[in-house]
Design a protein around this ligand. Structure first.
Ligand code: CA
Length: 373
């Protein structure tokens, strides 16, 4: 509907229902936006969150502010969401900012960098540690304001056709991996590739790649990776958590009524809680199903983890020397992360270590997680 026609209709509605209609319906304009997502419809935790945000915004504004959500490929290629929001092709988008490290490596802090923070620590940084403000300084250069709007929690390290027993096994491995992790692994001989979620299965099936990571059991099962690779590794050290964001074109944002801005911001914060809760609640059963269907669970050997940590630190030094945005954000981020780790070591880690080891399932690396501790 054209905006003028919509306003006219709204005015008619106002005359008929003036007594009962709440204030928002009487005073606010009808607005219709499009949101492009980087994710396919099949992934309900990721794409479904964009739909949930649109639905909440509509309800909070009594149907006045409608956002139509499009899955990856429907109106835009998956990895062009930031560009499209920047140039106003769409008013808003849902994506993972580390897809855009080719533009500026500092975008990675909005999602995850290797050996970064867990979901709670990321939220602490974003909402109370200056993270949102720091990242907005970067996004502003791209005409965008961003909102944290979901988190996957700690990810799995993905699917491999062959076992990774030593650092040397990484050499020559063609792997789909996003963000700065690809650059870390490249230092150890991996050939990283950035492929959108909906296209990974085919690449792995055809042998264009030897390995892939995506998120964790709940999503990975839906994408069918277990059918084309046998070994499922953990932990995804490149994503101690991974934050998803909603991007809004800055000009469109400024033109929104204050109440609609508030509705969108609240819906994103709500999504930030729900996506993580959904993954946490659903991953166990998915992992059980994968393992009973023959998937072999493997932990990365400690020497592999240590080599990756060393390579990550090297990369951060190089990026800081080259890119002032990266250096500025990395320094603030690292200080916050180190403080978080200091605190989490005290109560959180002690508690986790005790309860998980006191109720340890039998041989977790070989079979399904035990049904009962
Ligand atoms: Ca991932």
């Amino acid at each position: 509907m054209k905006r003028r026609a919509f306003l006219k209709k709204a005015a008619v509605g106002l005359a008929a229902g003036a007594v009962a209609a709440p204030a928002i319906a009487q005073s606010q304009p009808g607005i219709k936006w499009r949101m492009a997502s980087s994710f396919p419809k099949s992934l309900d935790a990721l794409f479904g969150t964009a739909e949930q945000i649109a639905s909440r915004v509509s309800k909070l504004t009594e149907g006045k502010f409608e956002i139509r959500v499009f899955a990856a490929g429907e109106i835009l290629p998956a990895l062009q969401v930031l560009d499209a929001v920047q140039n106003g092709t769409v008013e808003c988008g849902q994506s993972a900012s580390y897809y855009y490290i080719g533009k500026n490596p500092a975008f990675a802090f909005d999602t995850a960098i290797p050996f970064g923070m867990n979901a709670r620590q990321q939220n602490a940084w974003m909402y109370y540690g200056g993270g949102i403000e720091l990242m907005r300084g970067l996004f502003k250069q791209y005409n965008i304001i961003q909102f944290p709007a979901g988190n996957t929690g700690t990810q799995m390290a993905g699917w491999y056709r062959k076992e990774i027993k030593t650092v040397a096994d990484l050499k020559g491995l063609k792997m789909r991996i996003g963000g700065l992790a690809g650059q870390v692994l490249a230092k150890l001989g991996v050939v990283p590739q950035q492929i959108a979620g909906g296209e990974i299965y085919q690449a792995l099936e055809r042998g264009t790649i030897d390995a892939t990571e995506w998120v964790g059991p709940y999503d990975d099962e839906k994408l069918g990776f277990n059918k084309v690779a046998k070994f499922y590794y953990y932990p995804g050290w490149w994503e101690g958590s991974a934050q998803l964001s909603i991007y809004v074109n800055l000009k469109q944002w400024k033109a929104l009524p204050k109440a609609y801005q508030e509705a969108l911001e609240v819906a994103c914060a709500d999504a930030n809680v729900h996506m993580l809760a959904k993954y946490d609640a659903r991953n166990t059963e998915a992992l059980r199903r994968l393992v009973s269907a023959g998937t072999q669970l493997r932990a990365f050997p400690r020497p592999v983890m240590e080599a990756c940590l060393k390579a990550a630190d090297e990369l951060y030094g190089e990026l800081s020397a080259k890119n002032p945005d990266f250096k500025k954000i990395h320094e603030a981020w690292k200080k916050f992360r180190d403080d978080q780790w200091l605190w989490f070591r005290v109560a959180e880690n002690t508690y986790d270590n005790f309860v998980y080891s006191a109720r340890r399932p039998a041989a977790p690396a070989k079979g399904a997680p035990a049904k009962k501790g």
